[in-house]
Design a protein around this ligand. Sequence first.
Ligand SMILES: [Zn+2]
Length: 418
Amino acid sequence: MRRSLPAALGVAILAVCAGHTRLDAQDSPIAGPGTAPITLHAATLIDGRGKVTHDVLVSVRAGKIERVEAGVGARGRGATYDLGSATLLPGLIDAHVHPGWYINSQGALHSGRDTDTPAQSALARAGNMYATLMAGFTTIQSVGGMEDLDLRDAVNRWQIPGPRVLTSLGQINNKNLSVDSLRSVVRAYKAQGADVIKLFASAGLGAGGAQTFSDEQLAAICGEAKTVGSRSVVHAISAGSVRAATLAGCTEIEHGTFATDAELKLMAEHGTIFDPQVCLVFQNYIDHRDVYGRSGYTEASFTSLANAIPTATEMFKHALATPKLQIIFGTDAVALAHGRNADELLCRVKAGRKPMDAVTSATSLAAKALGLGDHLGVVAAGFDADIIAVRGDPAASIEAVRNVVFVMRGGVVFAGKH
Ligand SMILES: [Zn+2]
């Protein structure tokens, strides 16, 4: 049965506001994956590893992909969802999102000091999650706030429509702490349920992005993360901070705006995963200058954001030319960018990434980088049924990723007609 999405969202939000009541999966407003088979038929499948097949029938049961067949002919016509000329691909993965960021009831960026109620915050964040899912993103890595605990939980219990969430629950950036204290902060996040550790190795873009934590502090944080079985994701803007985070053994580097060929090569040699941003995060602040201007962003910050676009684009071209560098997809989506995540794919292709490689970076490569590669990021038998369909062929024209016509996460259909 096709679900009415706004109704599902409304019911879900009531459940969030109800607070402490725990619901079992079968009592949740969104029915979880059933045992009845669901079949999808489409003209084309991009499997997430760069392979293309045609006239495809995908069979899903109990949240998993059971079978993928190509060249099915007349059998395709009996599919539960016949998506015609559309292209199927794995649900997209955004490795850097801030689902907790939203515009408050006064029209400025929400902060802990405004007058929004917890219910208003929960509703706004549920809206961010819904927009992200409808844009075809079925998994996000949030880096991160404590509110993610409830968002992750609500999605897992089928209370709200949204992407599955990995979260750092917070960000480590106090350079006055001793290495022992920093190690205990890592353990505390892990104990609270963090999926990943997020730290700042550098100042922000506007402040020039110079290294903040010492080499020893970086080694302590990323080393402790490894000890407790977590990945470490590092904000690093300057070349020096990228170098230091790489040498400290951190798992994944974000931004890298001023990285040079030397740092890009170093990351490749160390197997450090790189998640640069080319446009969306910068452009989003500029496009919403009124709102962010009311929220404390100055003329100088808008200028440095505008200047960052050509700088980041040039750096990205060098990253693409660096042999063996693992580049994944992450947008740094903040308030008003949720649901526009795919725009970043377009700029990356404009900067020179092949469209198919861009898709792979947001599917199988991102899944592997996030430690989910054994069950997500690929449309193949045995994988979780996170599948989207887009109108057109993204491998020929990446703009197609903005035209999402079908969304399934964990075997549950959130958008798409029979
Ligand atoms: Zn960020």
